[in-house]
Design a protein around this ligand. Structure first.
Ligand SMILES: NC(=O)c1ccc[n+]([C@@H]2O[C@H](COP(=O)([O-])OP(=O)(O)OC[C@H]3O[C@@H](n4cnc5c(N)ncnc54)[C@H](O)[C@@H]3O)[C@@H](O)[C@H]2O)c1
Length: 276
């Protein structure tokens, strides 16, 4: 599809909606914030990296859209509650929450230190809960809203030697489903977007190695690594009333990776053929 064939921004009905994105100083979160701004949303950029959040907000504001940066550590209830107050005061009640801020580190299960495990779970799951509570209250008061939580393919299949990352992302999926069930009667939907391989500051070190990049591209049916835009466009759709009857779902954005693993099995006589 060429860009002129893109649906008009109004189709999404997100104009003047207050859209809160956590971890929006960088990578996928920053792109989600930019996408909301493009379709007329008023965007709150929450991040513990205040300087980065300000830079993203300033760049959005330059396009004429409404954006504010809010310093927030999602693991700290007081900080999240204060951020929610700031958003309500500056932009109005939250209509859309995207729980995106997360962390990862490498470790084998047998070597994991419990304090480090708890610290990561406090960001990747506890932080999602705290933001869902603080902004969910505003949605309840406003008569509805949409929550989108960024999990990962690693929440569906184990990603070894990554500390508690897979466990945390599986937790995000269940948290989202619980929110869908408990908050549905308030007109609130809750869904997950699960990326696979995305080129962002979190993963860039991996892609600096050309051999790794090539190997990764080869195993994806789409033959490319996704970018933040691939994720952000799905998030915006799930945030909008265009997906108004979708709740409790997990949308995998993986270029077909998860469906392709049988191609890894050598099968003499069934090799790839060129299209005729
Ligand atoms: N990059 C990938 O390949 C990939 C794949 C699957 C899922 N994801 C998920 O996508 C989301 C975004 O990842 P990314 O690659 O853009 O990461 P990133 O590291 O570029 O950005 C994460 C942002 O979260 C912020 N953050 C971290 N801890 C925080 C806290 N306690 N409070 C507030 N802000 C905090 C960071 O400051 C940073 O700006 C994450 O949930 C990640 O798990 C990423």
């Amino acid at each position: 599809m060429n860009s002129s064939a893109k649906p008009a921004a109004g189709w999404l009905e997100l104009e003047n909606k207050v859209c809160v994105v956590t971890g929006a100083a960088s990578g996928i979160g920053a792109e989600i914030a930019r996408e909301f701004a493009k379709v007329g949303g008023h965007v709150a950029i929450l991040d513990r990296d205040e300087k980065g959040a300000r830079a993203v907000a300033a760049a959005i504001a330059e396009t004429g859209a409404r954006a504010i940066a809010v310093a927030c550590d999602i693991t700290d209830k007081a900080s999240v509650d204060k951020a929610a107050e700031t958003v309500e005061r500056e932009l109005g009640r939250c209509d859309v929450l995207v729980n995106n801020a997360a962390a990862i580190y490498a470790d084998a299960l047998m070597n994991i230190d419990l304090a480090k495990w708890n610290q990561l779970m406090a960001v990747n799951v506890g932080g999602f809960l705290l933001c869902s509570q603080a902004f969910g209250r505003q949605m309840i008061a406003g008569g509805g809203g949409s929550m989108v939580h960024i999990a990962s393919i690693s929440g569906r299949v184990p990603q070894p030697y990554s500390g508690p990352y897979s466990v945390s992302k599986a937790g995000v999926k269940m948290l989202s489903q619980l929110l869908a069930v408990e908050l549905g009667e308030h007109g609130i939907r809750s869904n997950v977007v699960s990326p696979a391989m995305v080129r962002t500051p979190m993963s860039e070190v991996i892609y600096q190695n050309p051999e790794v990049l090539k190997k990764r591209e080869q195993i994806v049916p789409a033959r490319r690594i996704s970018g933040p835009r691939d994720i952000a466009e799905v998030v915006v759709y799930l945030a909008s009333p265009r997906s108004g009857y979708v709740s409790g779902q997990d949308v995998l954005v993986d270029g077909g990776l998860s469906t392709a693993w049988l191609t890894l099995i050598p099968r003499p006589g069934f090799e790839k053929q060129d299209a005729q």
